[in-house]
Design a protein around this ligand. Structure first.
Ligand SMILES: Cc1cc2nc3c(=O)[nH]c(=O)nc-3n(C[C@H](O)[C@H](O)[C@H](O)COP(=O)(O)OP(=O)(O)OC[C@H]3O[C@@H](n4cnc5c(N)ncnc54)[C@H](O)[C@@H]3O)c2cc1C
Length: 603
């Protein structure tokens, strides 16, 4: 077993592999390179080789990719990352690696089994000649010589703001100034790509501010950092929504972003010949057209409510709204509230309504996966994103890379044992829930919450207390499909009548290509197809297998149109690769895309 090998032998094994791999690539011998992989191998590439986000599965796929990309990628300099000792356990050797291509410098991760590569991750870190000015290369900030034409930082910023989008066109327009648009904007600024972020709301962070009052992030602080600027050590583990909103607002200023609030994009059209978008915007009531070369939709995965159309909704006499429009529990004290849905938002809203003295019923229409927050933190995220992980030397960047190094095809194998542990630890809790009639699942293959998130972006609740309310009956549970709304009640298909003064539709969100339909055209939305999901052929994630998330952070079938979003972790990590793809195009570098994804589903 490799676990027993001394560390110098482990390192020697990695060096031998890297040197054989580097030699095969330099010789253009793609068959020899592919032969260095195990038969069940995976190579996940984030932009370095493919100018795409792509996982190659098996030797044939790897040699086919290399046949096409090697001539222009020209990889070299494969070595173990300085200061990172390769480690072996359970027959697998893991190593952090560095390499170069013609265009840039990359970083990666390697897993070897019996001297062959089982999983390889290659990521582009920076473009040669377009490095970010940070660390030793940071700007001086001051000119230490007499200069009658001296301008101050403030004057420069004001001049930029008065010109960009007015007399000078940005290279990139990002529609949507939530955390995704802001984080990407920060990266593009560091890469010196002229960018405007527009948002129809008045202040950065307003998307979070507008959500229901009780909302706190479900993910812990170590998972949530924005690029460049970490939350301070005294930041709470679970950030209240208004606090995260204020952070985003401050971040926008600190990172010197060209952020246009109160600016709504009303339409966009691409002129192929000119290689330019015409984005119609209404800024503080004034109409103008922005003409960027690249358009990013960062309009939110949880931005387009999926509202059901039940008969009788038009005659219901009480309040009714989608969860995204829920104003909070204050005005519903003593009222009969029916919440349709049984995932995160439904539980959060039910909990807050109950705390405020409402009479609450949850309608469960399909099964839900629940995992207790503390258990998820300990077992699911603890090794990478926790105080203990930080104490053991884990950095956010490294944790993101570890996560990225596991190919989606086999990720569930890593997840299933964790969820088995969670089930065991909280068995009594699940027994109580099921005894209360709650339909609970662990995902189609027992792989739990994160796979559900990646596959369908729904179907779960990270329990911060409201599940107990359902288990003990404080929040009543009704199961079944909604037939219609009466004037004062929700009526289920089995005839059950749930009297209601308020109905909340916690019924989720639509695919992000709906934004393209709304802003560009149905034709373009259909051309790019569904966003999100892996093609896992599990519930709400139809096959065929895609290997990567559909349309996110990578080229789409519509030239110069990009989708950006996801949770805080994904927005942070993948904004780097999207920013580099945009920078390369702005710099005029060749960016031949290998394996542009095909479209299998429209929504
Ligand atoms: C209830 C809830 C809880 C969540 N909890 C977590 C959590 O704990 N951790 C986590 O990581 N993620 C969480 N998420 C998921 C995700 O992080 C959030 O949805 C987050 O807001 C997504 O950020 P975003 O920038 O992609 O999109 P959004 O924050 O939705 O921002 C999109 C922006 O686009 C703007 N916009 C849309 N159309 C236009 C237009 N035509 N013109 C101009 N502007 C436009 C909107 O005004 C909005 O500000 C949660 C989501 C919800 C709904």
């Amino acid at each position: 077993m490799t676990a027993t090998l001394p560390s110098h032998e482990v390192a020697a094994g990695v060096t031998t592999w890297l040197s054989a791999f580097g030699d095969a690539l330099s010789a253009g011998d793609t068959a020899a390179a592919a032969a260095l992989f195990t038969e069940d191998c995976f190579w996940r590439d984030l932009v370095a080789f493919t100018w795409n986000i792509k996982t190659l599965e098996g030797r044939a796929a790897i040699s086919a990719m290399l046949d096409e990309t090697l001539p222009w990628v020209q990889p070299r300099g494969w070595k173990i990352t300085h200061g990172e000792e390769p480690a072996g356990a359970g027959g697998v050797v893991e190593a952090w690696i560095d390499f170069e291509t013609a265009a840039g410098r990359g970083h990666g991760h390697l897993r070897l089994r019996d001297g062959r590569c089982w999983t390889l991750l290659t990521t582009l870190d920076e473009l040669k000649g377009h490095e970010e000015r940070r660390g030793p290369n940071r700007p001086k900030g001051v000119e230490r010589r007499a200069n009658p034409a001296r301008t101050t930082w403030l004057e420069d910023r004001e001049q930029e703001a008065s010109e960009l989008g007015i007399t000078e066109q940005p290279y990139v327009v990002i529609i949507g100034g939530g955390q995704a648009g802001i984080g990407l904007g920060a990266r593009l600024r560091q890469l010196r790509v002229p960018t405007i972020i527009i948002d129809k709301r008045s202040r950065p962070g307003d998307q979070w501010r507008s959500r229901y009052k009780s909302l706190c992030l479900h993910d812990p602080v170590w998972y949530d950092h924005m690029p460049y600027l970490k939350f301070p050590d005294n930041w709470p583990v679970f950030s209240p929504k208004d606090k995260i909103a204020d952070w985003l607002e401050s971040y926008t200023k600190i990172m010197e972003l060209n952020y246009w609030p109160d600016t709504e994009a009303t339409s966009a059209a691409y002129d192929e010949e000119a290689g330019q978008w015409a984005v119609q915007v209404e800024r503080d009531g004034e109409l103008l057209v922005l003409r960027p070369a690249q358009l990013v939709l960062a309009t939110g995965m949880s931005g387009r409510p999926s509202l059901p159309a039940f008969p009788g909704m038009d005659t219901f006499r009480g309040d009714q709204h989608h969860s995204s429009a829920h104003p909070g529990p204050g005005r519903y004290r003593g009222k009969r509230c029916v919440v349709i849905g049984s995932n995160n938002s439904a539980f959060d809203i039910c909990g807050a309504l109950w705390e405020n003295g409402a009479d609450v019923t949850m309608v469960q229409r399909s099964s839900t996966h629940i995992v207790r927050s503390a258990t998820l933190m300990d077992i699911g995220l603890g090794a990478l994103y926790s105080e203990e992980a930080v104490a053991s030397g884990m950095t956010t960047d490294k944790a993101d890379m570890v996560f990225a190094s596991i190919p989606y095809r086999i990720m569930h194998h890593f997840q299933i044992p964790l969820y088995e542990q969670m089930r065991e630890r909280d068995q009594e809790f699940y027994d109580r829930l099921e005894a209360a009639g709650f339909e609970h699942d662990w995902g189609d293959d027992g792989s739990g919450l994160f796979m559900k998130y990646l596959r369908r972006g729904s179907g779960y609740y990270i329990d911060v207390g409201a599940a107990d309310l359902v288990a003990n009956g404080d929040v009543a549970l009704a199961r079944g499909q909604v037939d219609r709304l009466a004037e004062d009640a929700v009526v289920l298909e089995d005839g059950t009548k749930l009297p209601a003064d308020l109905v909340v539709y916690a019924t989720g969100y639509q695919s992000m290509n709906g934004w393209a339909a709304e802003l560009i055209s149905q034709e373009v939305a259909d051309k790019v197809g569904k966003c999100w999901g892996l093609g896992s052929d599990t519930t709400k994630d139809p096959g065929p297998w895609e290997g990567e998330q559909r349309n996110m952070w990578k080229p789409t079938q519509q030239q110069a149109l990009w989708f950006h979003g996801g949770n805080l972790h994904q927005s942070r990590h993948y904004s780097l690769y999207l920013a580099l793809q945009l920078k390369a195009r702005q710099a005029g570098l060749p960016t031949p895309v290998y394996g542009l994804q095909e479209v299998h589903h429209l929504r």
